[in-house]
Design a protein around this ligand. Structure first.
Ligand code: NAD
Length: 394
């Protein structure tokens, strides 16, 4: 069983799919691990560290992938990069399938089985494989660190001989995995923290972290959580009430961090241009949803914009990648936990249970076709079976 760890082809992706620790574990499963030289360098893992863990470091991705049974990556590799892999090899990555059906078709054409880690069901058994949580948690932390570095003032209240510095006021919009970590981090830095969400379950979580919960708690709010634990898209009436409530609050904040997402839809617009204009000069807004359309009017992907009234709107891309070493360590562990379920420990060989719910939920391509019900072309999609209900990527 040969496992390839590729070097990411995008310069904007510093993460890597294996750590020295997971290399050792793969070898313990009976694998031989081949790492493309430099794969870990942007995450602080040198070739020597992989070699020390028992991997073979090879010149490039082509050499790593040649003869591979499993290819591990952070982002979906190009189809051309997978040509040398064994027939039916497993390729596991954050595959970003939405809107990339053509690329999926090309990968299917190589005959590999491509898995999307971000489609892993959020069930107890798969918590250790949950890349959305491991990476969002770090993004929430990093958002606060980025805000503090853009902010020209201190976060904690300080009483000094030279005068009293007030605590920064931080408002977190969207209290899921990223938002809750942002609340905890801002509190640790001494800020006065408030937060909002549309899911009632978020209220207790926000308050248990010592932040104030602010939301329109009407009948629609009570129904806003889907059975999967995600937010629904709210009605125009609710959004208007929410905007009225948050507008006066945002005007008094130093920092606003937005994290709100709705699965399968563009991010909800939560901070209008008027709200941005109401903030004091020197205030900072971090839009963690910028890659999904953004929560904030005026946020630009990959840029820090300073508005006419002196408010900075930060739209960093790949925020988990801004903590690449930690993000890689956790992502590598998520991948290992999944790969372990695909290997027979007795025979030390690949043994994929194709009817396992984790495999069915994440498998995008197999045997030359796109097989996931959420992405398969209509004419070749498998007949919808009752068991596939709810397995779509939405
Ligand atoms: P997400 O990234 O989809 O969204 C982030 C947050 O934005 C969510 O809390 C959502 O409610 C909120 N939001 C959406 N629209 C909004 C609006 N208009 N205004 C304000 N907030 C809005 O969510 P997530 O971080 O992935 O977490 C979703 C849920 O899944 C949470 O309840 C989380 O605790 C749960 N979860 C469960 C598991 C597990 O059981 N294994 C793992 C991770 C997360």
């Amino acid at each position: 069983m040969r496992i390839a760890i590729v070097k990411e082809s995008s310069a904007s992706e510093p993460r890597v799919a294996a750590s020295a620790d997971t290399v050792k574990r793969y070898i313990g499963l009976g694998a031989a691990v081949f790492v493309a030289s430099g794969a870990g360098s942007a995450s602080g893992i040198g070739d020597g560290e992989y070699e020390g863990a028992g991997a073979t470091v090879v010149a490039d991705n082509a050499a790593a992938v040649a003869g591979a049974d499993i290819v591990l990556a952070v982002r979906r590799p190009e189809a051309a990069a997978l040509k040398g892999a064994n027939k039916g090899a497993l390729v596991i990555a954050i595959a970003d399938p939405h809107g990339h059906e053509a690329a999926l078709g090309e990968i299917a054409g190589t005959g590999v089985s491509l898995f999307a880690m971000e489609l892993m069901p959020r069930i107890t058994r798969a918590q250790v494989m949950d890349v959305l949580s491991s990476q969002a948690n770090l993004a929430g932390y990093r958002a606060v660190i980025d805000a503090s570095s853009e902010f020209g003032r201190a976060f904690p209240m300080m009483m000094t001989a030279a005068g009293t510095v007030p605590a920064a006021r931080v408002f977190i919009m969207g209290a899921g995995v990223a938002g809750l970590q942002a609340i905890a981090t801002a509190r640790r830095l001494g800020a006065v923290v408030s937060a909002t969400d549309v899911r009632p379950a978020a209220k207790e979580q926000v308050e248990s972290l010592g932040a104030k919960f602010i939301a329109v708690e009407d009948e629609e709010f009570k129904q806003a959580e889907t059975s999967g634990g995600y937010a629904k898209a709210m009605s125009a009436e609710y959004q208007a009430k929410q905007a009225a409530l948050t507008a006066s609050h945002i005007a008094k904040q130093d920092i606003v961090i937005t994290t709100a997402l709705i699965p399968g839809r563009p991010a909800p617009k939560l901070v209008s241009a008027d709200m941005v204009a109401s903030m004091k000069p020197g205030s900072v807004i971090i839009d963690l949803a910028v890659e999904r359309g953004g929560n904030v009017a005026g946020a630009v992907p990959g840029e820090v914009v300073t508005t006419a009234n002196g408010v900075k709107i930060v739209g960093h891309l790949n925020v988990p990648g801004r903590l690449a070493a930690t993000a890689s360590q956790l992502y590598a562990k998520n991948l290992y936990a999944f790969v372990e379920t695909l290997v027979d420990k007795g025979s030390k060989a690949l043994s994929v249970k194709w009817d396992d719910e984790l495999v069915k939920a994440t498998l995008l391509t197999k045997d030359g076709a796109v097989v996931h019900p959420g992405f398969a072309p209509q004419e070749s999609a498998p007949a919808p079976a009752p068991a596939a209900e709810g397995a779509s990527a939405a």
